[in-house]
Design a protein. Structure first.
Ligand code: ADE
Length: 256
């Protein structure tokens, strides 16, 4: 899969992309990431990418021409008048739809993705209306630019692609992938400062381990993100277990 990131600050993105799993995925040809600077597509002497807002007010606004020129040149399209460029063109903005694991899975089905990072106070509205095909927010807070959002998307999408994680089942047990938060993990030693690893995990009994993991994923989701349970198919055994967890909580609550 290929990602094209459009940013006025490529140096923010490249160090993250050139380490660890993303570095390996690119070396193996599973992922290709190109970072483009709209400033290189300006035509004026001062290579201006922002300007004052019409109507006044503080802050600067990203000009449309360099962004349109950069995206059109890189994707080989002419956006104006074109309904479907084929490649999703995602604008990173706090006004976008919330980024979730389900959105990552949806984006991972495309062979190519363009990500446009904003800076300054905002974009000229024509970028939103006539170039972007999607708008994504990585959370309800405002960042100084879209670069972290673009990296979050590249990271979350890339690790879903076949072969990117060393373990082929790596992404299956992820928190959210199954609709539940992930169960707790342990590694050696079996005892550390007196804290022991749950007995079921040491048993070598695969059915028992699977049951323990399912139960602990349910417990953790119930305690931390009960909202996730609303949309989930639960077996009768799952429901009985959640009833037990609830009883445990009531039984162990401090006296008031
Ligand atoms: N740019 C600034 N804030 C952002 C956010 N929360 N998500 C995506 N892009 C942004």
């Amino acid at each position: 899969m290929r990602f094209d990131i459009f940013t006025l600050f490529p140096e923010i993105c490249t160090p993250y992309l050139n380490e660890s799993i993303l570095k390996r995925a690119q070396a193996a040809g599973l992922v290709e990431v190109a970072v483009h600077n709209p400033r290189d597509y300006t035509e004026d002497k001062h290579r201006v990418t922002d300007d004052l807002p019409y109507g006044g007010g503080g802050g600067m606004v990203m000009k449309p021409e360099p962004i349109f020129a950069a995206v059109e040149a890189v994707l080989g399209i002419r956006a104006a008048g074109q309904d479907d460029p084929g490649v999703p063109i995602v604008l990173l903005t706090p006004q976008g739809r919330p980024f979730t694991q389900a959105v990552a899975q949806e984006l991972a089905r495309h062979p190519r993705l363009a990500l446009i990072c904003g800076r300054y106070e905002g974009f000229d509205e024509r970028i939103r209306q006539h170039l972007a095909t999607d708008e994504i927010s990585i959370g309800d807070y405002v960042l100084t630019g879209g670069e972290l959002g673009a990296l979050v998307i590249v990271d979350a999408v890339a690790r879903l692609l076949p072969g990117v994680l060393g373990d082929p089942t790596g992404a299956e047990d992820d928190s959210f992938a199954s609709g539940l938060l992930e169960y707790p993990h342990y590694t050696r030693p079996a005892e550390f400062r007196g804290w022991t690893v749950p007995e079921a995990l040491l048993s070598g009994d695969h059915a028992r381990i699977a049951q323990w993991r399912r139960r602990e994923a349910l417990r953790r989701t119930f305690l931390r993100r009960p909202d996730l349970l609303f949309n989930l198919e639960l077996s009768e055994a799952d429901k009985r277990w959640l009833g037990q967890v609830a009883e445990e909580i009531v039984a162990t609550r401090p006296a008031s």
